[in-house]
Design a protein around this ligand. Structure first.
Ligand code: ZN
Length: 58
C-alpha cells in the first residue's frame, strides 16, 4: 500500500516515486511543517502520517 502525503490538496504518494517522510520529533520543527501543510495550527499529524518531499523541509 502506498503512503500518501498529508499536506492540504496534495495527493503525491510513494507509488508515484515521491519520497515520503515522517514528521520530525522536534516540536519546533514539527510546528514549522504543520504550518506548511496548510491544515491550520490546531491540526496535528498522527504518528503514521507523512509528508512528501515537495511539502517537507528535508
Ligand atoms: Zn505533498
Amino acid at each position: 500500500m502506498p503512503s500518501y502525503c498529508s499536506a492540504y490538496k496534495c495527493s503525491n504518494n510513494s507509488d508515484q516515486g515521491y519520497a515520503l517522510v515522517r514528521y520530525p520529533r522536534d516540536e519546533t520543527l514539527k510546528r514549522k511543517w504543520i504550518a506548511a501543510v496548510g491544515r491550520g495550527k490546531n491540526w496535528s499529524p498522527s504518528s503514521s502520517q507523512k509528508l512528501c518531499e515537495v511539502n517537507s523541509y528535508v
